[in-house]
Design a protein around this ligand. Structure first.
Ligand SMILES: [Zn+2]
Length: 155
């Protein structure tokens, strides 16, 4: 049985938990993990904000978080869902947006809502379907390179 590692930053552990839908980014980068508290006797309290209400990934987020923490000896973990303020794609950092783009997913843009083709960076794109490979993405196609791509929807 593992014992909790005293000196490890809990955020570093949580950064190992991938987004089940987009494994290139983790739940910290996604902005799902909001607050991490270390209570008495190595009990942890984690506050998460699911990407949107009814997102099928919510249960999976919790399981993945518990699994990763257990690997580091944290077996007494309480996960609280906080729905207010609601998760928004504005919580994604520029670094995270770059990662999405490299993974072939067009990241949501703040402000002007221009949709960029991850292949050729063209902004001359059109919507093919509201639903892409996951409910959190839409399917677009690029008018310049003709490649279809997934766009991470804004909420
Ligand atoms: Zn293109």
């Amino acid at each position: 049985m593992n014992t909790p590692t005293e000196n490890i930053d809990l955020w570093e552990i949580l950064k190992k938990v991938p987004d089940p839908e987009i494994p290139a980014i983790n739940l910290v980068e996604l902005g799902v993990i909001r607050v991490v508290e270390r209570l008495e006797n190595d009990k942890l309290k984690i506050t998460i904000t699911p990407t949107y209400t009814g997102c099928p990934a919510k249960k999976l987020f919790e399981e993945l978080i518990l699994e990763e923490l257990a690997k580091h000896g944290y077996n007494d973990v309480e996960i609280i869902s906080k729905l207010n303020p609601a998760w928004t794609t504005d919580w994604l950092s520029n670094e995270t947006r770059e990662k999405l783009l490299k993974d072939g997913i067009s990241p949501p843009t703040i402000g002007d809502r221009v949709i960029i083709c991850p292949q050729c960076k063209s902004t001359n794109t059109k919507l093919l379907s509201q639903f892409g490979s996951t409910p959190c993405q839409s399917l677009y196609s690029c008018n310049d390179c003709q490649e279809p791509f997934n766009y991470f929807k804004c909420h």
